[in-house]
Design a protein around this ligand. Structure first.
Ligand SMILES: [Zn+2]
Length: 711
C-alpha cells in the first residue's frame, strides 16, 4: 500500500502520516497509505459519475488460491498464488490488493453521497452543503484552468518580496513561513501539537525537520545508479514546475539545481527513518527561550502567523536540524530560497491548479516514484480530497448510510477475546519476571477500544466552503484543521478524538492514548465478512486487532506505560530478554530480498513485524478458545478446509498483492511495513499453530528449525 509523498495532503494529514512513521505523536498504522486518504492528481475529464459497480473480495477467496502449491513450502503462494491472474494492476495504481478492492467499493459509495450533496437543494444539511460544494469545486476543472495562478498570486507576491537582510524583514519572512504552513505548505520544517511523551495528560507544541521534496533523507544520499537517476528526475521536475509558473527555462534549471543542493544539506542534518521510530530521539522538551536562542527572535512572528498560542515550552524533536537550517537561510542565495518556497506552494496545491501543474506533479510523484502509468480518475481524487479535508462531515453521512451497526458488537467481542488471549500470553511466557508481567498486565487492562466512528462529530460550522473555489476550499480547510490542532496546546486531552476518518480502510494504535482504533471502513469484507464463520474472521480482522494491540508492546510501544507516558517499566533482565527476541526478528526480515538487490530493513520494520507476528498468534489463541466456548468442532471442513486452515488462509489473504517493482522499492526504503508477501510468509514461519493445521513436517520451509517469537 502506498501513497506517494504527502505532496498534496493537508499539513495535518501530512503530519499524521509522518506520525505513522515517526512516533512523534506515537501513532502506528496497519498500513501506511490509507487509500481513502490517498493523494493524487488529475485528468481533465468530467465527472464520470456512474462507475461500474464494484464488489469487495469475500472473506475466503477461493479464486485467489493456488491449490497446486504446498502451504508448508510457500503459504503466500497457496493462499494468493492466483490473485495476480484475477487482479491485473490498473494503470492508475501502484498495486492492487484487498485494501484497494475495498477502497473501490467505498469510494464509489462516497462518490454517490458527494454527487447527491453536490446537486444542491434547500434540504441540504450544513454538512451536506460543505461536502457537496467542496466536491463540485474540485471537479470543476474548467474553472480551475480558467483561474490559473490567480488564487495563489498574493502568496507568490509575498514570496517574491521576501528577504533576510534585517531583523524586520526576517520577522516578515518568519510570518510568511507561518502563513504558508498554516494552509498546508510543508516549507523547511513542521510545527504542530502533540501529547507530551512523558506526560500524556498535556498537549504541547512540537517542531521538527521537514521540507524535503523527496520521500526521506536517504533519497538524497544513496549512491546507486537508480538513486542518482531519481535525483536527476527530481531536479528536472522542480525545474518544470517553476517554468510552468513563469520562470525562464534557463533560470528554472539553475534554481532547481540549487534547491537540490539546499535540500541535500538539510537531508544530511535530518534524522533517518529508523531513528525517527525511537521516541527518546525525538523528545527534547525545552523552555521556549532555549529554543529561540537557536531559532531566533522572529519565532514569535511565525507563531502568530500560524495561529499558535505563544508557547512557554516546545518539543524540539530534531535539534540537530536547526543549525543547518539556519546555515542554509544565512548562506543560500535568496533566489534559491524564493524558488524553493514557490515550488513548495505549487506542489502542495498542484491538484487545484491548472492541468499542466497537476500532470507534472503526478509525473514525478506517481509515474516516476511509484511506477504508476496513469492518474486515478478525478472523481476518485476529489472524493479523497473531501475525505482528507473534512472527513468527519462526509463520514457522518457515510456511517448513517453504510455502516452496519451490529458489526460493532461482533468486533467488541473479538477485541475482548484477543485481549484475553494477550493476558494469557503474558501469564505464560517464561522469559519475563513477575514484576514486569504485572506492569504489562496493567497496560493491557488500560487499553481503550474505539470502533467505527466518533461519539461526537467535529463541528465545521465556522469553515467556509464555496462551490466554485477549489483551491480556496483546500486552503481554508487546511487552515481550519491547523487552527483546530494548535488550539489544543495547553488544553486537556480529548481521548474520544479520532485520527482517521470513518471511511478509512486502515487501523491504528496510539502510544500516548494507549488505545486501538478501527474505523468503519475496515469493518467490511474481506477483513470482516458477516457471511463467514469465526475461523475466517478471526484470521482476517482478528489478526488486525491483534496487530494493533501488540503495537502497545512492540519495540516502541513497550517504552510507554499504561497511562501513555514514555517511562521504562521493564527490569534490566526482562529488557535484555525482549531485545534478544526482537533481534531475532530484525535478522529474519533483513534476510528477505524485496526487489532487485534491495533487502527489507529489519530495524525499520521491527515494530510492524512484531505486531504482525504477535497479532496472528493472539488471534489464533482467541479463535481456538472461542470455538471451544461455543462448542464448535474446528476439525469440521467448510469448503474443504478445517477451521485452523480457514483461519490461516483468511489471514494470508489480508495481504494478497499484485504490485509494481518501483512501488516495492519506494516502500522498502521508507515504510515501516514489510511488503505484503513477507507479511504472510515472514509471519507464518513463526506460528506454532501453523504446522499442525496443515500437517507440515518440521524443517519444511514454513516450519524452520529456528523461528522467532517476541509475543
Ligand atoms: Zn502496525
Amino acid at each position: 500500500m502506498s501513497e506517494t509523498s504527502n505532496r498534496l495532503a493537508s499539513q495535518r494529514t501530512a503530519f499524521r502520516r509522518a506520525l505513522c512513521l515517526t512516533a512523534i505523536a506515537a501513532l502506528v498504522c496497519l498500513v501506511l497509505a490509507p487509500f481513502a486518504l490517498a493523494q493524487q492528481p488529475p485528468a481533465p475529464a468530467k465527472a464520470s459519475s456512474a462507475p461500474a459497480a464494484e464488489k469487495p473480495l469475500p472473506g475466503l477467496d477461493l479464486s485467489s488460491m493456488d491449490l497446486s502449491a504446498d502451504p508448508c513450502t510457500d503459504m503466500y503462494k497457496y493462499a494468493c498464488g492466483n490473485f495476480n491472474a484475477h487482479h491485473p494492476i490498473p494503470a492508475d495504481q501502484p498495486d492492487v490488493d484487498p485494501f484497494y478492492v475495498l477502497y473501490n467499493v467505498t469510494t464509489q459509495e462516497l462518490n454517490g453521497i458527494l454527487t447527491k450533496a453536490a446537486a444542491g437543494g434547500p434540504t441540504r444539511s450544513p454538512d451536506e452543503q460543505k461536502i457537496g460544494d467542496f466536491f463540485s469545486a474540485c471537479m470543476d476543472t474548467s474553472a480551475i484552468d480558467a483561474a490559473g495562478l490567480k488564487p495563489i498570486q498574493p502568496l507568490l507576491d509575498n514570496i517574491d518580496t521576501a528577504n533576510l537582510a534585517s531583523p524586520a524583514t526576517r520577522a516578515q519572512f518568519a510570518a510568511l513561513l507561518g502563513n504558508l504552513q498554516r494552509i498546508g505548505v510543508d516549507a523547511f520544517f513542521g510545527y504542530g501539537e502533540q501529547q507530551d511523551l512523558k506526560d500524556a495528560t498535556k498537549q504541547i507544541a512540537f517542531i521538527q525537520q521537514g521540507g524535503l521534496g523527496m520521500p526521506e533523507k536517504d533519497y538524497y544520499l544513496r549512491t546507486g545508479d537508480k538513486d542518482i537517476q531519481l535525483r536527476a528526475q527530481y531536479v528536472a521536475h522542480v525545474a518544470k514546475m517553476l517554468t510552468l509558473a513563469g520562470s525562464s527555462p534557463a533560470q528554472a534549471k539553475i534554481d532547481a539545481a540549487n534547491i537540490m543542493t539546499m535540500e541535500t544539506a538539510l537531508a544530511k542534518a535530518s534524522l533517518g527513518v529508523v531513528d525517527m521510530r525511537e521516541p527518546e530521539k525525538t523528545y527534547h522538551l525545552q523552555p521556549i527561550d532555549t529554543f529561540m536562542a537557536i531559532a531566533g527572535p522572529s519565532f514569535t512572528d511565525f507563531e502568530d502567523a500560524i495561529h499558535s498560542p505563544r508557547v512557554t515550552e516546545i518539543n524540539n524533536s530534531t535539534p540537530d536540524f536547526w543549525p543547518e537550517l539556519k546555515n542554509q537561510l544565512n548562506t543560500a542565495d535568496l533566489a534559491t530560497i524564493k524558488a524553493y518556497l514557490r515550488y513548495q506552494l505549487l506542489t502542495t496545491f498542484a491538484r487545484e491548479l491548472p492541468h499542466a501543474f497537476d500532470a507534472e506533479n503526478f509525473d514525478f510523484y506517481g509515474r516516476i516514484l511509484r511506477g504508476q502509468p496513469e492518474q486515478q480518475p478525478r472523481w476518485k481524487r476529489c472524493s479523497n480530497t473531501v475525505n482528507g479535508s473534512i472527513g468527519e462531515a462526509l463520514g457522518k453521512v457515510y456511517v448513517d448510510q453504510y455502516f452496519a451497526g451490529d458489526s460493532k458488537a461482533k468486533m467488541l467481542l473479538m477485541v475482548h477475546d484477543i485481549e484475553t488471549a494477550m493476558g494469557q500470553d503474558i501469564d505464560q511466557i517464561a522469559w519475563m519476571s513477575p514484576a514486569t508481567k504485572a506492569r504489562a498486565r496493567e497496560k493491557l487492562a488500560a487499553v481503550a477500544n474505539k470502533i467505527g466512528y466518533p461519539d461526537k462529530w467535529r463541528d465545521y460550522s465556522k469553515l467556509t466552503i464555496a462551490p466554485t473555489d477549489g483551491l480556496g476550499n483546500e486552503m481554508r480547510a487546511n487552515a481550519f484543521e491547523n487552527d483546530r490542532q494548535l488550539n489544543k496546546i495547553g488544553k486537556p486531552v480529548d481521548k474520544s478524538e479520532w485520527e482517521m476518518t470513518p471511511p478509512t480502510i486502515n487501523a491504528y494504535y496510539d502510544d500516548s492514548m494507549n488505545n486501538i482504533n478501527f474505523p468503519a471502513g475496515i469493518l467490511q469484507p474481506p477483513f470482516y465478512d458477516r457471511t463467514q464463520d469465526d475461523a475466517v474472521n478471526y484470521g482476517h480482522i482478528g489478526a488486525i486487532i491483534g496487530h494493533e494491540l501488540t503495537h502497545g508492546f512492540d519495540d516502541e510501544g513497550r517504552k510507554f506505560d499504561a497511562q501513555g507516558n514514555l517511562n521504562n517499566w521493564w527490569t534490566a533482565d526482562d529488557l535484555k530478554n525482549f531485545t534478544t527476541r526482537t533481534d531475532c526478528e530484525v535478522n529474519e526480515y533483513s534476510s528477505f530480498t524485496a526487489v532487485d538487490d534491495v533487502h527489507i530493513n529489519g530495524k525499520l520494520t521491527l515494530g510492524e513485524n512484531t505486531a504482525d507476528n504477535g497479532g496472528l498468534l493472539l488471534a489464533f489463541m482467541a479463535y481456538m478458545q472461542r470455538a471451544k466456548d461455543n462448542h464448535i468442532d474446528t476439525s469440521a471442513k467448510v469448503n474443504g478446509f478445517t477451521g485452523p486452515q480457514r483461519f490461516y488462509i483468511g489471514f494470508a489473504q489480508n495481504w494478497c498483492q499484485n504490485v509494481r517493482p518501483e512501488s516495492v522499492r519506494e516502500q522498502v526504503l521508507q515504510d515501516p511495513h514489510s511488503p505484503d508477501r513477507f507479511r504472510v510468509n515472514g509471519v507464518i514461519v513463526n506460528q506454532p499453530g501453523f504446522a499442525p493445521a496443515f500437517g507440515c513436517k518440521q524443517g519444511a520451509p514454513m516450519v524452520p528449525a529456528n523461528s522467532c517469537r517476541v509475543w
